[in-house]
Design a protein around this ligand. Structure first.
Ligand code: KIV
Ligand code: ZN
Length: 524
């Protein structure tokens, strides 16, 4: 646990607080299953994340269980649970993080005039009283308490300082001043920290923290400005996942500090060679594809296309590369195995790639690897990662694809004949659509007797080559819930069907509905 004393003896150390599993998971469609959350938490812990915000325990039993289990399994990271300024929230968060080797309650309350007037209907004095009462309650449960001033960047400095003072007096060990709405600029954000720290006499008793949203694309710049102004904890998420435009991206903050030591003379405890692997795992679990030109972890982040750049790279990589692909864990695409590779080699490869599968998961993954190697001559690391992530993400699916035939004719019809297994019962339907994908999606809707709204549909290739696996992403909305699904297959249409089913399965899991409505086997 980073203590104030650590920060004082190690003034340049910046603590990384990852909120992928809380703020990140809050973004519409990014819901993760328990096993996915456990996998991500373990990767974050292994990568050296100082604090993992594992969830919002009062939100649901599922959230509580996830935080409690992550706490039980934690190794080095501090495990934080979020709580509103409500006694029941704080008790629940305390209960969830109790089993962690090092736990933290993170409680927050809004401080800006607009939130006080329109959301909370409270006066400043009432908020001050709430801060003292809730931080005291949290401190009576645990010695590691973070207090956040929601919408800090739109709060008058004097009031923000009075709240901070009250929180520190009540025992808060970390003070987080978020740019909740992504409105700040680096200069304003730095000035806010300096002003609050100067006004609060006991500010040296707590570690100050940044938490920046990316609505104007300045989340990382603002976070680093906060660090320059004296903050020593940065709250961020893998791939910048988070509410609306997301949070500051962990990989960008960490690599900026590592690469620009000349102007950012700080250090983090992150093992940066894990970044690429964790980014892929979060993308697979949240079903949020990483944009190709995303800094640090995008597919194109280290690709050099223009002749001049390629020429420079061949002569000296530093001509166009400010950090090496290896430093973030990108290995040059390696040909791994083919159809003659056995279980042992496959197990070794999984270990190399950072997977630790249970026995049954390993058997399934190995079978799928064999099937893939039969169809595809060269099986790359990326293929195996897509396959295993897909397997982990769909293991709990109640509706599975048994068989599919798609018949498409130029200027003619597009028909999908589909057989699904729904909670073990086999059902067949047929549908004619305006195109192949439309026919597939409509056939599934007919089979499950539901009509979710398709919010997003995208496909990309896992590797190069015409035999590359297709990675299909589907986001569905129903009853005000948005969920995403993902699938990787050598056959593009099959990937589309399985991604749709994966999303629909998650939709059902969340609303707890039966797998099948008034479904009848049908053909026609
Ligand atoms: O953006 C925000 O203000 C938050 C708080 C709960 C810390 O996420
Ligand atoms: Zn936030």
């Amino acid at each position: 646990m980073p203590t104030t004393q650590d920060a004082q003896t190690n003034a340049d150390r910046v603590y990384i607080f990852d909120t992928t599993l809380r703020d990140g998971e809050q973004s519409p469609g990014a819901t993760m299953t328990l096993s996915e959350k456990l996998q991500i938490a373990e990767l974050l812990d292994d990568m050296g994340v100082d604090i993992i915000e594992a969830g919002f325990p009062i939100a649901s039993n599922g959230d509580f269980e996830a935080v409690a289990e992550i706490a039980r399994r934690s190794k080095n990271s501090v495990i934080a649970g979020l709580a509103r300024a409500i006694p029941a929230d704080i008790d629940r968060a305390g209960e969830a993080v109790r089993h962690a080797r090092r736990g933290r309650i993170h409680t927050f309350v809004s401080t800006s005039p607009i939130h006080l007037a329109h959301q909370m209907n409270k006066t400043q004095d009432e908020v001050l009283e709430i801060v003292t009462r809730t931080v005291t309650q949290a401190r009576n449960l645990i010695d590691n308490v973070e207090w956040s001033a929601m919408d800090a960047t739109r709060t008058p400095i004097d009031f923000l300082a009075r709240c901070t003072d009250a929180a520190i007096r009540a025992g808060a060990t970390t003070i987080n001043l978020p740019d909740t709405v992504g409105y700040s600029t680096p200069e304003d954000y730095a000035a806010m920290f300096i002003a609050v720290m100067t006004k609060v006499p006991g500010s040296d008793k707590a570690i100050f923290s940044t938490h920046c949203h990316n609505d104007l694309g300045m989340a990382v710049a603002n976070s680093l400005a906060g660090v320059r102004a004296g903050a020593r904890q940065v709250e961020c998420t893998i791939n910048g996942l988070g509410e609306r435009a997301g949070n500051a991206a962990l990989e960008e903050v960490v690599m900026a500090i590592r690469t620009r030591g000349d102007s950012l003379p700080y250090m983090t405890g992150i093992e940066t060679t894990h970044l690429s692997r964790v980014s892929k795992a979060v993308s697979a679990a949240s079903n949020f594809p990483v944009q190709f030109n995303k800094a640090v972890v995008g597919k194109n982040a280290f690709a050099h296309e223009s002749g001049i750049h390629q020429d420079g790279m061949l002569k000296n990589a530093q001509t166009y590369e400010i950090m090496t692909p290896e430093s973030v864990g990108i290995k040059s695409t390696s040909l791994v195995m083919g159809k003659h590779s056995g279980r042992h080699a496959f197990k070794e490869k999984l270990r190399d790639l950072g997977y630790d599968l249970a026995d049954n998961q390993f058997q399934e993954a190995f079978q799928r690897f064999k099937d893939l190697a039969d169809k595809k001559k060269n099986v790359y690391d990326e293929d195996i990662m897509a396959l295993v992530d897909d397997e982990l993400g769909s293991a709990a699916d109640r509706i599975k694809l048994v068989e599919m035939e798609v018949v498409s004719k130029t200027g003619g019809t597009h028909r999908c004949n589909l057989t699904l297994s729904i909670d073990g019962a086999v059902s067949a339907v047929s549908y004619e659509g305006t195109g192949s994908v439309d026919a597939i999606f409509q056939a599934i809707k007919k089979a499950v007797d539901a009509d979710p709204h398709l919010v997003l549909f995208a496909i990309d290739a896992v590797t190069g080559g015409t035999d590359a696996q297709a990675n299909a992403h589907v986001r569905l909305e129903m009853n005000n819930r948005i969920v995403s699904g993902n699938a990787a297959e050598p056959d593009t249409l099959m990937a589309c069907a399985r991604a749709y089913l994966n999303a629909y399965n998650r939709l059902m899991m969340e609303r707890g509905a039966p797998a099948q409505g008034a479904m009848e086997s049908a053909a026609g």
